[in-house]
Design a protein around this ligand. Structure first.
Ligand code: ZN
Length: 260
């Protein structure tokens, strides 16, 4: 009787091992962040309902398992009030296409949730920056953003659909001069806000440097700071105040020369 029993144990272990560690990772993620993470296609988690033109696919569970600690680290940069009251739900998906164009993330500010697409080829910097970008969109639903006048700074300069195509023959200096940190930022005010947020969270030194050189970007970064601080008074922003001091200590040699 021993052999069949051993075989059964081996099969159970092979079948449930990865699932088990994913279960543990999800539990740890949720306990730490206070955000419900939905590993779509696993644990009976369906894909979230989406608008017309949006196509989602379930996530690869191994990728979800691998990236959960990184996603948790990103979320923990935000205070409890943001994680609990504004974010709420994070859906991990595989495919994410909007009108047949692949996207890395999609936020639903009024529902306090966002989708994040995990692909084997996505690097961790891109993933973390996308998280900050999508969380940026959640700030748009809050009163400090709506009343800030952020939308007025570059009103008239937004190019609407196909912003990346719009700048494809342009040098970087051209979109910077127009007040945009990336070509995508010129799509509309919401994307502009989230693109600055993604840059400032990931590379506060670069964001500060750009603000010194481009007055429109300085105005927008100041507004972004004010909006984040008014929405979440206990937030620590890596590009200003104590957050900037801490960031400099941790990244000593990497900061750019402010004069450059
Ligand atoms: Zn966006």
């Amino acid at each position: 009787m021993l052999r069949p029993f051993m075989l059964a144990v081996a099969l159970v272990a092979a079948g449930c091992g990865p699932k088990h560690s994913l279960t543990a990772a999800v539990k740890q993620f949720e306990e730490q962040t206070g955000v419900d993470v939905h590993v779509t296609g696993t644990f009976g988690e369906p894909l979230p309902p989406v608008a017309n033109g949006v196509e989602l696919g379930v996530v690869d569970r191994k990728l979800a398992r691998r990236e959960l600690p990184l996603l948790s680290d990103v979320l923990m940069a935000y205070p409890t009030s943001v994680r609990h009251d504004m974010i709420g739900n994070l859906y991990l998906v595989g495919k994410l296409r909007i009108e047949d164009v692949p996207f890395l993330g999609l936020a639903h500010p009024r529902q306090g949730r966002f989708e994040l697409a995990l692909h084997p080829q996505t690097d961790r910097e891109e993933l973390a920056r996308t998280m900050h970008h999508e969380i940026g969109h959640l700030f748009e639903a809050e009163e400090p953003y709506r009343t800030s006048g952020f939308r007025d700074v570059s009103a008239g300069s937004y190019v609407g659909r196909a912003p990346v195509k719009h700048w494809k023959d342009s040098a970087r200096i051209e979109w910077l001069n127009a007040g945009f940190v990336t070509p995508y930022a010129s799509k509309n005010a919401g994307e502009d806000f989230s693109e600055i947020a993604g840059l400032a969270w990931m590379h506060p030194d670069r964001a500060r440097d750009l603000a010194k050189r481009f007055p429109t970007l300085a105005a927008k970064l100041d507004m972004l700071t004010d909006i984040y601080q008014r929405t979440a008074p206990d937030i620590v922003l890596p590009w200003t105040g104590a957050g900037w001091s801490k960031w400099q200590q941790e990244h000593g040699g990497e900061a750019v020369d402010p004069a450059s």
